[in-house]
Write a protein that binds this ligand. Structure first.
Ligand code: K7E
Ligand code: CUA
Length: 652
């Protein structure tokens, strides 16, 4: 907020300020004035933020990069959605990233960004995110902030409980939110109980390259698997998955899947799974899935998976246990010590907190209610560390500050509730505007949270910002958690729906940012490393234009002899080697996208001219004083014309 001067100091402002002051008087520990809050999020021009935060784009399918505490948006990472602004998913080098067994899928719904961890702490190497709709996991490289890999998850639908990582990123997990006939086949929906099966998938992550590979899939009852959290410290080796719809309803789930008093958290011992598979207890089943990776040549390619190793709890005792959990659980979150697992029941009136050590004791003592498909259901009381009483309504997700406090989002009562992880007593609560889903503390799902800020990720904003017609923004709220009481410092809008977010100190990655791609190591087969290599060639109806871009011209910039109906491939190499000098490329009437080419990079796009004429192309990114001069023409003749194919490849 500006410091008021006489010119700006109007009565309404004064009244508002007085009200803020009054409110502050009523709650002295909540003290801060707006200017105090402003000073704590103010990052002066030229200064840098303390944290990088990565927000899921929800139905945008992407990930956005913000700075904290300022809330400034730096970049949208392109992941599951085609992006005409850069050509991601349109260019020849990137299209393969969006291949799936369903064909080319140019969109997804991304929910949970997850940073890679070493020894249970974010290490700044990679960021994973799930594709919820067409089940996939993407891995982004945090030095280039680009998507490096996308793997499809077979036998799955709605990859929601994903892509949470184990303590050393041994695995990133996936679990099907929607159970489906497995293998997929044509059956009556009413045969749900006989034919629909759940799958918990463990995807191995190579510790040096980050490359993912599906290690095994655990076949589980046909519930809806919702979220997960990996054990750490003493509980390392386990992953906890929530489920709802233990009723196995296939219609009107809002009623039919809310019948049971308790659903389950599935506790899965992946080290046990590895042992059983080593003993030959897994079976290889056919499965077709896409695995898309970017090669050393910076080109994405698809390999096809043909099988997965499947294991069942019945054949591998000790693999999985069910912990009864009240009322349609959503999140399950392991605390930094690895001992506590807080579960949020969407319709629950308490937050049940499970004890890992009590769970082991209950397994030892065989404190089992019943067994479902080979999975022992442990007695609720035997695994419970405590219940947080009267936390509010609709607990969803919990994060930790590393100082003995947990923070749980309450969707229905729209607030953040802080509670003590020893006494389970509520210590503080603060409203969120308006309906909070996830919340996030930098490192708040790790062994060492940087417990300074909390971000509330809100789904509904109503009157919080300037209105923008029927569609309003979603929102994040920055809350200071360093004091006894939480304090809201800032609201900022987000790109897409921010389901979850993760953050880490900027110092972990800011000095490792890639500045340019090395032109000398550009091995794209269509790279043009210097203007002398530029040119045009024809093979039947296909024309290849090898083109360079440098401040402030394309080479070639006059092309003739193209015919209507040709497939014209523009292979544009940005031969700059300076940071922050991308060039754009677009042709009149091009019906896919532009290209935005980073220094040292080659990007290719195809254009099929539909009518004769002379069409301009130009650079779309204001790259220099003579950026407007960075333009050219391509002449298109009728099919069968005798105009020879030419391009000017020397300066005249
Ligand atoms: Cu929005 Cu994690 Cu998909 Cu909860 S989920 S809110
Ligand atoms: Cu290149 Cu503008």
């Amino acid at each position: 907020m500006r410091t008021p001067t006489f010119r700006h100091w109007r009565p309404a402002t004064f009244v508002a300020a007085a009200l803020v002051a009054l409110a502050a008087c009523g709650r002295p520990t909540r003290s801060s004035s707006a200017s105090d809050a402003a000073s704590r999020v103010y990052v002066a021009p030229g200064e840098k933020d303390e944290f990088y935060a990565f927000f899921s784009g929800g139905f945008s399918g992407q990930v956005s990069v913000y700075g904290l505490p300022s809330g400034r948006h730096f970049k949208t990472m392109k992941v599951f959605s085609q992006d005409p602004e850069t050509g991601y998913g349109y260019s020849e080098q990137t299209r393969a990233m969006l291949n799936t067994s369903y064909g080319f899928v140019p969109w997804d719904d991304s929910h949970h960004p997850e940073l890679s961890q070493t020894a249970g702490v974010p290490d700044g190497r990679w960021l994973f995110i799930n594709g919820n709709n067409t089940p996939r996991i993407a891995r982004m490289d945090l030095t280039s902030m680009e998507t490096a890999e996308i793997i499809e998850i077979p036998h799955s639908a709605g990859n929601h409980a994903s892509p949470f990582v184990t303590e050393n990123t041994e695995y990133t997990v996936a679990a099907t939110r929607f159970s489906v006939p497995t293998p997929q086949r044509d059956v009556p929906i009413s045969s749900y109980r006989e034919n629909f099966i759940g799958a918990l998938t463990f995807v191995k992550v190579d510790s040096s390259s980050g490359r993912m590979a599906i290690a095994f899939q655990i076949r589980v009852p046909g519930y809806d698997y919702d979220l997960s959290s990996a054990g750490k410290g003493p509980s390392h080796g386990w992953v906890f998955f929530t489920s709802y719809n233990s009723e196995e309803a296939n219609t009107l789930l809002e009623v039919n899947a809310s019948q049971h008093d308790k659903d389950f958290v599935a506790a899965v011992n992946w080290k046990r799974a590895e042992a059983c598979i080593a003993q030959g207890k897994g079976t290889k089943e056919p499965a077709r899935y896409a695995h898309n990776t970017v090669g050393a040549d910076h080109i994405a390619r698809t390999e096809w998976g043909t099988s997965v190793t499947v294991i069942t709890p019945a054949t591998c005792p000790g693999l999985a246990y069910f912990l009864p959990t009240p009322k349609s659980p959503h999140g399950a979150n392991v605390d930094p010590t690895g001992e506590l697992i807080a579960a949020g029941g969407k319709l629950a009136t308490v937050i049940p907190v499970f004890s890992f050590s009590k769970m082991l004791a209950a397994i030892e003592a065989n404190a089992v209610d019943t067994v479902i498909h080979g999975i022992p259901v442990l007695k609720y009381e035997s695994v419970l560390a405590g219940e947080v009483p009267e936390p509010g309504l609709g607990p969803l997700h919990t994060e930790y500050d590393g100082q003995g406090h947990a923070y749980t989002s309450m969707f229905v009562s729209s607030e953040v509730v802080k509670w003590d992880t020893k006494t389970f007593q509520v210590l503080d609560r603060i409203p969120a505007y308006y309906a909070i889903g996830h919340l996030m503390i930098p490192g708040g799902d790790s062994r060492k949270p940087w417990g300074k800020y909390l971000i509330a990720l809100n789904k509904i904003t109503k009157d919080r910002y300037l209105p923008t017609g029927p569609e309003l923004t979603q929102s994040a709220q920055l809350i200071d958690i360093t004091g006894e009481r939480m304090q809201i410092l800032l609201d900022f809008p987000t790109v897409g729906e921010p389901h979850y977010a993760q953050a880490l100190p900027a110092s972990l990655i800011q000095d490792r940012q890639l500045k340019v791609y090395d032109l000398a190591h550009n091995t794209d087969p269509w790279a043009t490393r210097g203007e002398g290599e530029a040119g045009v060639t024809r093979r039947g109806n296909v024309v290849h234009v090898k083109m360079t871009a440098i401040r402030s011209h394309f080479m070639p910039d006059n092309i003739e002899g193209v015919q209507v109906g040709d497939s014209v491939y523009f292979h544009v190499t940005n031969v700059e080697q300076d940071w922050d000098v991308p060039h754009g490329f677009a042709v009149t009437g091009m019906n896919n996208s532009e290209l935005l080419v980073m220094p040292g990079e080659t990007r290719s796009i195809v254009w099929v001219p539909t009518k004769p004429g002379v069409f301009p192309f130009y650079c779309t990114d204001f790259c220099s004083a003579l950026h407007q001069e960075m333009q050219g023409y391509i002449r298109v003749s009728a099919r069968g014309s005798s105009v020879p194919l030419t391009a000017n490849t020397t300066r005249r």
